[in-house]
Design a protein around this ligand. Structure first.
Ligand code: ADP
Length: 216
C-alpha cells in the first residue's frame, strides 16, 4: 500500500501522516523534511535551496525526482510509503507514476485534506515542531505542555518559512501548481476528499475507514 497525502500547506498532512505511519506501519516521505535536512546538514544542495524554501517557492523537479527515486528503489520501503507534500505539480505526478511502475508498485489512494485559506494561515503561524521527537504542536489550537510532550521546551522550533508573507505565497503556489494535479488522480479513481477542518481524531477515523476499505 502506497498513499499520497494531499492538501494545502497547513492542512494537517504531517499530523495525519504520523498517525497513519504508526497504525499501518508505513514509512513517511516528506519532501519538505528531506529538503530541510539538506539545509540543516549544510550540504551543497541545502545551500542552493535555502532562499527558495524561505520564500515558499517550489524546488526544481530534477532535485525532487532524484530524492524520490532513492526512496522508491529502496526495497525496505517496498509498497509501504506515504507521501506528504509530494507530488507538488503535474510533472512530479507523472514522474512518480513512471517510477512507481518501474519499481512494480502502485499508488493505493490519494487522501485530500480540504482546508480554507484563513484556517491555514492561523494554523501555520502557530505551528511548532519539536526538533527532538518530531511531534507537531500549535500555539493556538494544541499547545505543547508536560501532559502531551516529554522533551525540554527548548526543542520547540518554528520553521523559518512559517511567517505570514511566505504562507500566502505557499498557498498561492498550491492553488496554481499543485491543486490542478487532482484531476490526474480523479481520472484514475484514486481520489478521496476529506474535511481537514474537523477534529484531528475525527479526520483520522475517516482516513482509517478509507484505508480499511482499500484492503478488503
Ligand atoms: P508545507 O506543506 O507546509 O508547505 P512542506 O514541508 O511540505 O510544508 O514544504 C516546505 C517547502 O519545501 C515548500 O514551500 C517548497 O519550497 C519545498 N518543497 C517541499 N516539497 C516539495 C516538492 N515536492 N516540490 C518542490 N518543492 C517542495
Amino acid at each position: 500500500m502506497n498513499i499520497i497525502l494531499f492538501g494545502p500547506p497547513g492542512a494537517g498532512k504531517g499530523t495525519q501522516g504520523d498517525k497513519i505511519v504508526k497504525k499501518f506501519d508505513l514509512h513517511k516521505v516528506s519532501t519538505g523534511d528531506l529538503l530541510r535536512n539538506e539545509i540543516k546538514n549544510k550540504t551543497n544542495l541545502g545551500n542552493q535551496i535555502k532562499s527558495q524554501m524561505d520564500e515558499g517557492s517550489l524546488i526544481s523537479d530534477n532535485t525532487i525526482n532524484d530524492l524520490i527515486s532513492k526512496v522508491l528503489s529502496n526495497k525496505k520501503f517496498n509498497n509501504r510509503l506515504i507521501f506528504d507534500g509530494y507530488p507538488r505539480n503535474l510533472n512530479q505526478a507523472i514522474n512518480l507514476d513512471q517510477q512507481i511502475k518501474m519499481n512494480k508498485q502502485k499508488i493505493s489512494c490519494v487522501l485530500s485534506l480540504n482546508v480554507d485559506k484563513d484556517v491555514v494561515i492561523k494554523r501555520i503561524s502557530g505551528r511548532q515542531t519539536c526538533t527532538n521527537c518530531g511531534l507537531i504542536f500549535n500555539e493556538h489550537y494544541f499547545p505543547a505542555s508536560n501532559k502531551n510532550h516529554s522533551c525540554d521546551p527548548k526543542f520547540l522550533n518554528k520553521r523559518s518559512d512559517d511567517n505570514e508573507n511566505t504562507i500566502k505565497h505557499r498557498f498561492e503556489t498550491y492553488l496554481d501548481k499543485t491543486l490542478p494535479i487532482l484531476n490526474f488522480y480523479k481520472e484514475q479513481n484514486l481520489f478521496h476528499q476529506i474535511n481537514g477542518m474537523a477534529e484531528i481524531d475525527q479526520i483520522f477515523d475517516e482516513i482509517c475507514g478509507i484505508i480499511a476499505s482499500l484492503e478488503t
